[in-house]
Design a protein around this ligand. Structure first.
Ligand SMILES: Cc1cc2nc3c(=O)[nH]c(=O)nc-3n(C[C@H](O)[C@H](O)[C@H](O)COP(=O)(O)OP(=O)(O)OC[C@H]3O[C@@H](n4cnc5c(N)ncnc54)[C@H](O)[C@@H]3O)c2cc1C
Length: 402
């Protein structure tokens, strides 16, 4: 959206200057702020969010902090080759280690809501309902084993016993994965920023950026209430990126995900699970509720775009899946249903970069449903790039430049 002269000259608009302005108050925006502040504590950083912090995908996801990407490891190897596939996996492992070191195990424990953050490092399962998926999982486990990634192969009986489930022919368990209350994680990063930045980082919520212009060597970033002036802008707008800059139109696509949660149940699931070629996922929360999401594949057309509504078809499919595979969840009361918009990249890998021909606009996004496993480390890599340090090829947006 552009801003007319008539709209912008209102006396109520406040002018604010900063060194770096970050658009987007999700995990990507706050991670970028964290690493910028870590690099240079003197930077004045403004984080501008159109709603409240975490009201995008970050506060609507399933809370899996998992490695890899949108497909089984054997397919990542086929697509990228063994060495880059290993790099992709290691990148997410490091993401979790960085989160633990900088956010979850930092020196000031008063910044973390330990009772509610629900962080668990129990590993995650990939489950097959059909033999050909189990064959792929066994192939993946074999390669992972060669790369010294901790993985277990489980037959039908073992899966049944450890998950109290039915109808899976086998699966694998990757031992390093974790899960969390995603909004509490975001608020912990925010608390860290507050405590470390001595007011150098300011948050502007309920402020939609409607236009970014160049003026006298700086960027003017307009919202209805403020005109910001900054030499650097970082777009951390993920699924909404192409609404703000046309560069993203053929690179990051808004894609809806849906979830439901039941009432608390006895603890019978050993850890978070993926099923059906990573399309569907479920986990039992530390407080006992069963969460399940996925089945986007049933309504591919309507599950792209910006509409944030649940649909009967997908919600019914989530319930049927629970009834079929988890007998202890049958007849449980469903207490919450919701949806959220993710940013799916054109090749399934995240994008970290700078707009070609506009070195003042940087970005990170396109996490393709895996931002908790990627964004904190991507924030670090974005700052590396801004300070002329190299970043991995698989996430650099330069891969799209011809
Ligand atoms: C149903 C669902 C389940 C998911 N499950 C998982 C999971 O288990 N594990 C996992 O790793 N990932 C999961 N994801 C994906 C994960 O949530 C995202 O990858 C991650 O949150 C992306 O973070 P982000 O900060 O890039 O985007 P967001 O959290 O979407 O943040 C972008 C922010 O930008 C703001 N914004 C956009 N345009 C403007 C503008 N013009 N002006 C100001 N602000 C603007 C938005 O309001 C939003 O808050 C799931 C997502 C959904 C929807």
């Amino acid at each position: 959206m552009s801003v007319s002269y008539w709209m912008n000259n209102k006396e109520t608009i406040k002018n604010i200057s900063c060194d770096v302005l970050i658009v987007g108050g999700g995990i990507a925006g706050l991670s970028a702020a964290y690493w910028l502040n870590h690099e240079d504590p003197n930077l004045n950083i403004a984080i501008v969010e159109k709603n409240e912090l975490g009201e995008g995908a970050t506060g609507r996801n399933a809370g899996f902090i998992t490695c890899g990407s949108v497909e089984h490891f054997n397919r990542i190897v086929t697509k990228h080759g063994i060495s880059e596939a290993q790099e992709i996996w290691k990148f997410s492992e490091d993401n979790l280690e960085l989160l633990k070191e900088h956010i979850l195990n930092g020196p000031d424990k008063s910044l973390i809501d330990f009772e509610n953050i629900g962080f668990e490092n129990k590993g995650s399962f990939s489950l097959a309902s059909v033999e050909n998926e189990f064959d792929e999982l066994k192939k993946s486990a074999k390669i992972m084993d060669q790369l010294k990634i901790d993985v277990e192969v489980l037959n039908q009986a073992e899966i049944k016993k450890r998950l109290h489930s039915e109808g899976f022919v086998g699966g694998i368990k990757y031992l390093g994965d974790a899960s969390v209350h995603p909004l509490k994680l975001l608020m912990t990063i925010k608390n860290k920023l507050h405590s470390q930045s001595h007011s150098k980082i300011k948050f502007y919520e309920n402020s939609e950026v409607i236009n970014i212009e160049s003026q006298d060597g700086n960027k003017i970033i307009r919202t209805k209430k403020y005109n910001f002036e900054s030499s650097i802008v970082i777009l951390a707008t993920n699924g909404y990126s192409s609404l703000l800059h046309s560069y993203f139109i053929d690179k990051i696509f808004p894609t809806r995900g849906q979830i439901l949660v039941t009432e608390p149940l006895p603890h019978l699931l050993e850890g978070p699970c993926y099923a059906n070629f990573v399309l569907d996922y479920f986990r039992q929360l530390p407080t006992g509720e069963m969460l399940i999401g996925g089945f986007r594949q049933l309504q591919k057309d309507s599950e792209t775009g910006y509409s944030d509504q649940t649909t009967d078809v997908i919600q019914r499919a989530l319930e049927e899946f629970l009834n079929k595979h988890l007998p202890f969840v049958r007849n449980a009361k469903i207490t919450h249903r919701w949806s959220g918009i993710m940013g799916f990249s054109v090749d399934g890998q995240p994008l970290v970069g700078c707009i070609p021909n506009d070195p003042q606009i940087y970005f990170l996004g396109g996490f393709t449903g895996h931002g908790l496993g990627l964004a904190f480390h991507c924030g670090k890599k974005l700052v590396d790039m801004m300070y002329d340090r190299p970043i991995p090829k698989f996430l650099s947006a330069k891969r799209f430049q011809i």
